[in-house]
Write a protein that binds this ligand. Structure first.
Ligand code: SF4
Length: 367
């Protein structure tokens, strides 16, 4: 493969326990498989030797289940295979309960410059109900330890629409996170997947309450100087997540590990979701890819548009996009969900973001 510019996502599919809302490919209780998994990752990554990266994102799962030696092996592999551009953004998702000062200092020494910590909710009762292993105080300790370890760029993940979560709880959660001074916050509406424990319980969030929570977070965070740069993401100027911007701008991202998705050279792919399948395939020299799709013509235009409408900067509408989606776009502009923001650009209004699923559905079915 020619030297090129991409981001890299590495999935670490191990967790101590499974949170009740989680449907990601993670396997509690299999920590002993980490060394074998890292060897498999090294074999998978070798196929991209020589490529230049400007972002690396290690997510999961719970990457911080890796020991210092395991992180050393992982980052040595990444640096051996790829050329990391100067100033590349290197993020590791950290679980508050398992992230102490030493681990954070190790990560900093390995060149990690961005940490993402999942708070989700600021109330211990809600955290316990969701099966989280940490309390709000554990989170604050991990956050401060990350700052002391010298991380200049910290993200906090939050979820709204949890069972029993009130608007007052949500406002208190935002206040709690703001008091710590993160550079970046992600506020996700709980999307209940039927495969999660919560999905099996039959719980469904209240749409109106979630809309109210969304509006309140957006107003509060913007009033504190955070830029609402993507439907669910807020950042201080210059701290927008470079890696995730690659997804929203439909730029190349390589994905490695169980269930990881990638996009490169006009093709999108996803690896197998089963750990044993992944290990056996890679160890026997087979590809771990379970699905591939070429993005061309209408499909590519559709993805470009839907992804970039997630951003506050909106999307450029060229003649091809106009031809495919012109009628639907004009209708949504007339209804106030979209607005023009330049000669050939449109973006979603705040009410449009709230109902973005409807707009995306209609774009997908436009004649
Ligand atoms: S939410 Fe995070 S920590 Fe919880 S089970 Fe899912 S991946 Fe693991």
């Amino acid at each position: 493969m020619a030297v090129s510019d991409a981001g890299l996502y590495i999935h670490i599919p191990f967790c101590a326990v499974k949170c009740r809302f989680c449907h990601f490919a993670t396997f509690p209780g299999l920590r002993g498989e980490i060394p074998r998994y890292l060897r498999a990752l090294s074999m998978e990554l070798a196929g991209w030797k020589g490529m230049a990266l400007d972002s690396v994102y290690v997510g999961g799962g719970t990457p911080t289940l890796l020991s210092e030696e395991e992180f050393r092996v992982l980052f040595a592999t990444v640096r051996r295979v790829f050329h990391l551009e100067p100033g590349a953004e290197i993020t590791v998702e950290c679980e508050p309960a398992g992230t102490g000062r030493e681990k954070l200092q190790d990560l900093r020494a390995f060149g990690v410059n961005r940490v993402s910590l999942g708070l989700q909710a600021g109330q211990d009762g809600l955290l316990k109900k969701m099966g989280r292993r940490h309390t709000a105080a554990d989170f604050a300790r991990a956050f401060r330890a990350a700052r002391e370890a010298g991380f200049p760029n910290l993200n906090v993940d939050l979820i709204y629409g949890l069972p029993g979560q009130t608007l007052a709880d949500w406002k208190e959660t935002i206040d709690f996170a703001l008091a710590l001074g993160p550079e970046h916050l992600s506020a996700y509406a709980l999307d209940v997947d039927e495969r999660s424990a919560l999905g099996c319980s039959g719980y469904r969030p209240d749409d109106d309450l979630q809309a109210e929570m969304y509006a309140s977070a957006s107003q509060r965070l913007e009033s504190e100087g955070y830029r609402h740069y993507e439907i669910s993401n807020f950042a201080r100027a210059g701290y927008e997540c470079r890696h995730n911007l690659r997804y929203w701008k439909n730029l190349p991202v390589l994905g490695a590990g169980v269930s990881a998705a990638g996009f490169y050279g006009g093709a999108r792919w996803r690896n197998t979701e089963r750990l044993s399948d992944y290990l056996e395939r890679v160890e026997t020299g087979l590809s771990p890819v379970a699905e591939t799709e070429r993005l061309e013509g209408r499909k590519r235009a559709e993805e470009d548009l839907i992804l970039s409408l997630r951003l506050s900067d909106g999307a450029r509408i060229d003649s091809e996009a106009e031809g495919f989606f012109g009628q639907v776009l004009s209708r949504f502009i007339a209804e106030g969900s979209l607005q023009k923001c330049g000669e050939d650009r449109i973006r979603m209004t705040r009410s449009g973001w709230l109902a973005s699923n409807v707009l995306f559905r209609e774009l997908l079915s436009a004649d």
